[in-house]
Design a binder for this molecule. Structure first.
Ligand code: NAP
Length: 254
């Protein structure tokens, strides 16, 4: 652990960071990175067993961590996430809004209304509602990070509606940045393909995975830690003159 801290520096010493959907994958890696750099991190997701397991992993690395069950579509649980953070740490410096679902591979014109509502509510609306809860506690110099996707730029096929919600996040980033300036910066990271549970339906097929790797200039898929590094940069004071921006972290697929 001491080695990792030395490698990463301590840009988040004294800061408090909340991350949604952060018990696995990209957001877990982000919470870990912020924690290793000195932040007190508040992690959350729907299932208590996932929250408990993630808390234990982070504590084992010497990170100050609070775990809260929060399905981002649930108003009371969003409130709890913010209130429990403030009760324990007294303030909020960083919010990483990461939760997303892609429950349908149907063409847009065949997707049931209930599914359209769910994708929109979790992928877009919940971010606004969570920030409404968090806003009174956000400090001067605070930072909000939204997690979009490379498919935001080409939202079609099996990821059409999901992709459109990720396109919406690019605009939401700019709208929130304007509204939350001067005290809070708002930026967005758009990952390329990262072999997590979420992307397993694509990456588990060896041939599809190989093709995706070959398409990138760097000839490989990204890792959760690489997405976390970009997110941590934008959340840190190293990015103090950057707001309203969308950063692609993709290895540049052709
Ligand atoms: P992941 O590894 O599958 O992790 C998903 C996490 O989200 C888990 O901790 C899960 O825990 C939690 N979760 C799921 N639904 C939730 C909800 N409604 N409310 C709260 N927590 C919820 O996923 P990932 O690949 O890291 O994806 C993270 C983000 O990156 C998403 O926004 C995704 O769109 C974006 N992204 C991913 C890729 C990729 O290739 N992986 C590419 C571009 C963008 P519980 O089951 O306990 O809730």
């Amino acid at each position: 652990m001491a080695k990792m801290v030395a490698k990463f520096g301590r840009r988040f010493e004294g800061k408090v960071a909340i991350a949604t959907a952060s018990t696995k994958g990209i957001s877990f890696a982000t919470a870990e990175r912020l924690g290793l750099e000195g932040a007190s991190v508040v992690i959350s997701s729907r299932k208590k067993e996932n929250v408990d397991e993630a808390v234990e992993k982070l504590e084992n690395k010497g990170i100050e961590v609070l775990g809260v069950v929060c399905h981002v579509q649930n108003a009371q649980q969003r409130k709890d996430l913010v209130q429990k953070t403030v009760e324990k740490y007294g303030k909020i410096d960083v919010v990483v809004s990461n939760a997303a679902v892609n429950p349908s591979v149907e063409p847009l014109l065949k997707t049931p209304e209930s599914i359209l509502d769910k994708i929109w509510e979790i992928n877009v609306k919940a971010t606004v509602l969570l920030l409404q809860e968090a806003a009174p506690y956000l400090q001067k110099g605070s930072s909000v990070l939204l997690i979009s996707s490379v498919v935001a730029f080409q939202p079609w096929g099996a990821m059409a509606m999901y992709g459109v919600t990720k396109t919406a996040l690019l605009g939401l980033t700019k709208a929130l940045a304007a509204e939350m300036a001067i005290d809070t910066r708002v930026n967005c990271v758009a990952p390329g393909l990262v072999p997590t549970h979420f992307a397993a339906y694509i990456t588990k097929d060896e041939a599809v995975r190989k093709t995706a790797e070959e398409k990138t200039l760097l000839k490989r898929l990204g890792t959760p830690e690489e997405m976390a590094a970009a997110t941590a940069f934008l959340a840190s004071d190293d990015a103090c003159y950057i707001t309203g921006e969308n950063l692609l972290v993709t290895g540049n697929p052709l």
